[in-house]
Design a protein around this ligand. Structure first.
Ligand code: GLN
Length: 259
């Protein structure tokens, strides 16, 4: 009798457990999180870069914090920088987070959230370079060769300015690191690129320095499709909270040490 009782008990327990599992699975799929797909170019330390197979950095952590607030699952799509805006327009990704500068030209195709960081266009030269200031790039007949990352503001401004001043030519590279390599190899005279990645490229290569004069100061923001005002509002609300409670600054400080 005892044996039968315990057998029944075990059976009842097992069935209960199975049911419990089943229903929790059911619940999981009912409340499956929406994904937030972020397009980025993981060649831009410390904002986004690869650490082994993982994509990490300031933009990744800020967007993760935003996704958490919106109860969404973050997915990252790595692509060329100049493919990000088209990917937002075509709906391949929901947002672009890539140390992306707010520009009037980009605003014709995408909307921007509030800014979450400041960027600076810096100039990298060899330590013994004749180029001493930003003005040296804009003197008629200077014949400077400036390396930039394709499609970035450094590319856009230098292409316009050097042409207008007849002071030299621009060489476009897919990655900032490739432009810096060309500088090391003497193929170009300088690289114009955002200051934080510039610092990490200079740290990785002997004989380079960043000029004290800056080319331009800019705002970084998250790009969203023009017809997705709902997502833009949600992200702005989340950003406001994350800026107010110090999360954004904490993330920036983790990657950028005060000078
Ligand atoms: N801030 C620059 C731009 O928006 C560069 C960004 C990047 O290379 N990821 O064009």
């Amino acid at each position: 009798m005892k044996k039968i009782l315990s057998l029944v008990l075990i059976l009842v327990l097992t069935v209960t457990m199975l049911c419990a599992c089943d229903s929790s699975e059911q619940q999981d799929s009912d409340t499956e999180k929406k994904t937030l797909t972020m397009g980025t170019n993981a060649e831009f330390p410390p904002y986004e870069y690869r650490d082994g197979n993982e994509i990490v950095g300031i933009d990744v952590e800020i967007t993760q914090a935003i996704a958490k607030k919106l109860d969404m699952e973050l997915k990252i799509e790595d692509m060329k920088f100049d493919a990000i805006v088209p990917a937002i327009v075509s709906g391949k990704v929901d947002i672009g987070v890539a140390g992306m500068t707010v520009t009037e030209e980009r605003k014709e195709n995408v909307d921007f959230t509030d800014s979450y960081a400041t960027g600076v266009q810096a100039i990298i030269v060899k330590e013994d370079s004749k180029i001493k200031t930003a003005d040296d790039l804009l003197k008629k007949g200077a014949n400077v060769k400036v390396g930039v990352q394709l499609g970035t503001t450094g590319d856009i401004y230098c292409t316009d300015d050097l042409k207008a001043n007849e002071s030299g030519t621009v060489e476009e590279y897919d990655k900032g690191a490739d432009a810096v390599q060309a500088l090391v190899n003497g193929k170009i005279d300088c690289v114009v690129i955002d200051k934080e990645p510039a610092k990490s490229f200079v740290a990785e290569n002997e004989g380079l320095k960043i000029l004290d004069t800056e080319y331009l100061v800019e705002d970084y923001a998250i790009a969203v499709a023009k017809d997705n005002t709902e997502l833009k509002t949600q992200i702005n609300d989340a950003l406001k909270e994350l800026i107010k409670d110090g999360t954004v600054q904490q993330i920036i400080d983790k990657y950028i040490k005060a000078e």
